[in-house]
Ligand binder design. Structure first.
Ligand SMILES: *Cc1c(COP(=O)(O)O)cnc(C)c1O
Length: 525
């Protein structure tokens, strides 16, 4: 299996090169040359597989044996998921007659990004070790640099801590990530982990990281690696739990199970994994449900066919996000100017959705006539054109035929902060009583609306992306007037005890300055 860029070009990469490269040089994302089909007997052969068995089975379809043998792959997968607290890794929990949640947060940082980043860390280490063994005398190292507003940083740190030949530098805006997230990141004291608390905003952190990657001299010298959600290995790792959920549900309700997955979405990574699972042949009776918060560029796309940063629809009732003239508050001005809305589900607060480009490629491809002998090349050209319009105008409108293709596999809903709070309340008061985090609440609320269009036989699986203790503010706000609710005793896992008091290691970066960050990295690697 080889991989190529969504923006075209003849270059084809191995899995290893794809994982180590991240973003293609032409700005595109890597996708596989074909989406593999499931083996004929997959339903019977895989039905009782564990998470690890399913990972090996699914990942093998995308990774050539010559690159990673089956036993090597199994070792990597076993090691990656040994860090999860639940024996099923991602268990399915029944909340209602036709409503289930897939709990993806039983990993080290209590959020779904662990599923992918635990594997990615082991893949990085495996590839580097092999390169250094095969080429004796070589001493290849990787310097992973990333910016975070919370979840990605902690999951990346836990994925890469203590890995040979890898250093990781995570920039976060000082004082602007939640206390639990900050503690999860900075209490990891392995020598290869470096937390940089930058005086500035998340955007400042992201700009610094972008500048480092764009600096070819610095990049070549330190061999920079990326862990953000455009990395192909992250998508691939996430396809596995769609299969696990399908089989769990089949055991619960019978062989003719009909399923709809609903996924809280920001950068379109988690749900894109579901699209791959479906294209491989996993039966999905209901369309994949895209659930966005008030940062609803995706929900608007499915409504209008326009992929557009700013919401220009006249019926919109949200206040203008333009910064007030003369605003002196740096934080407000920056966030308003970029247009990202601060919601109760911060891990989904995005302006554009980076993995959506991968879906756009498949939509473009399907819209090129089947008998065209340069179908792949044409699709790459179309996507490159769309993305350049997006870059220069902040928007692009796809042809109606393309929107119709998108609507065949997906439906979309937007969920506001008020609904997040009422959804958390109604599930706490429900039977079974269940405390959900604000991101999962976005999925649950969207699922409720989408269920109205489903036939009665369809069961919904909502992907639960974080443990509620990680987002205590939203959960406490939602449940503050509920009698008998006590956050400490009902939500806080005992593993969090003492976390806030543990020893921390963090480097203060006094100004959001690229040169300053460069000098810190140089001094530490
Ligand atoms: C990252 C994240 C999401 C969004 O996932 P995408 O793959 O970007 O769509 C949702 N919920 C939580 C808790 C997250 O950390």
């Amino acid at each position: 299996m080889k991989y190529f860029s969504t923006r075209g070009g003849p270059q084809e990469l191995s899995f290893e090169e794809t994982v180590l490269t991240g973003l293609a040089p032409n700005g595109g994302l890597y996708i596989p040359t074909t989406i593999p089909k499931l083996p004929q007997n997959w339903q019977s052969a895989w039905q009782n597989y564990s998470f690890v068995d399913l990972s090996v089975a699914v990942l093998s379809l995308y990774i050539s044996r010559e690159e990673i043998s089956e036993s090597e792959l199994r070792n990597l997968v076993v090691k990656s998921y040994a860090s999860f607290r639940h024996p099923e890794v991602t268990p399915l929990k029944k909340l209602g007659d036709k409503k289930y949640v897939l709990e993806l947060w039983h990993g080290p940082t209590w959020a779904f990004k662990d599923v992918a980043l635990q594997l990615l860390g082991n893949l990085f280490e495996f590839f580097l070790q092999r390169r250094n063994e095969e080429n004796s005398g070589a001493n290849e190292k990787l310097t992973v640099v990333g910016a975070t507003s919370g979840d990605t940083g902690s999951a990346a740190i836990y994925g890469l801590r203590n890995k040979a030949n890898i250093s990781i530098f995570i920039l976060h805006p000082k004082g602007r990530v939640s206390p639990i997230q900050e503690a999860q990141m900075t209490t990891v004291t392995d020598p290869n982990v470096h937390n940089l608390a930058v005086k500035g905003t998340f955007d400042d952190c992201q700009d610094i990281v972008k500048a480092l990657f764009a600096d070819s001299e610095f990049n070549a010298k330190h061999h920079l690696g990326a862990v953000n959600s455009i990395n192909w290995a992250r998508i691939l790792a996430q396809t596995v739990y769609y299969f696990l959920a399908y089989f769990s549900l089949r055991r619960a309700v019978g062989e003719d199970v009909q399923v709809q997955f609903v996924v809280p979405t920001g950068n379109f990574g988690d749900i894109l994994a579901g699209y791959y699972a479906k294209q491989m042949g996993l039966p999905m009776a209901g369309k994949l449900g895209v659930a966005t918060n008030a940062n609803d560029i995706l929900a608007r796309f499915w409504k209008t066919g326009r992929y557009e940063k700013a919401d220009s629809s006249p019926q919109d009732d949200t206040p203008s996000m333009q910064p007030a003239a003369g605003s002196s508050d740096g934080k407000q001005a920056t966030q308003d100017a970029s247009g990202v809305k601060e919601t109760l589900s911060p891990a989904m607060d995005i302006l554009v959705s980076s993995n959506f480009e991968r879906l756009l490629w498949y939509l473009a491809y399907e819209n090129v006539p089947e008998d065209d002998n340069d179908r792949r090349g044409k699709a790459g050209g179309i996507v490159a054109g769309w993305m350049s319009q997006m870059k220069s105008n902040g928007k692009v409108e796809v042809p109606t035929a393309v929107l119709e293709i998108a609507r065949r596999d997906f439906c979309a809903e937007r969920v506001g902060d008020e609904e997040i709070l009422t959804t958390i309340q109604s599930h706490f008061l429900g039977n079974p009583s269940y405390v959900v985090d604000p991101h999962t609440a976005v999925g649950l609320c969207a699922a409720k609306r989408l269920a109205q269009h489903n036939s009665l036989s369809v069961a919904q699986v909502i992907l639960s992306t974080a443990h509620p203790a990680k987002f205590s503010e939203a959960v406490s706000t939602a449940l503050k007037d509920t009698p008998n609710f006590d956050f400490e005793s009902e939500v806080m896992p005992r593993e969090f005890n003492g976390l806030l008091q543990k020893e921390r290691r963090v480097i203060d970066v006094e100004s959001a300055d690229v040169e300053l960050v460069k000098s810190i990295i140089e001094a530490k690697v």
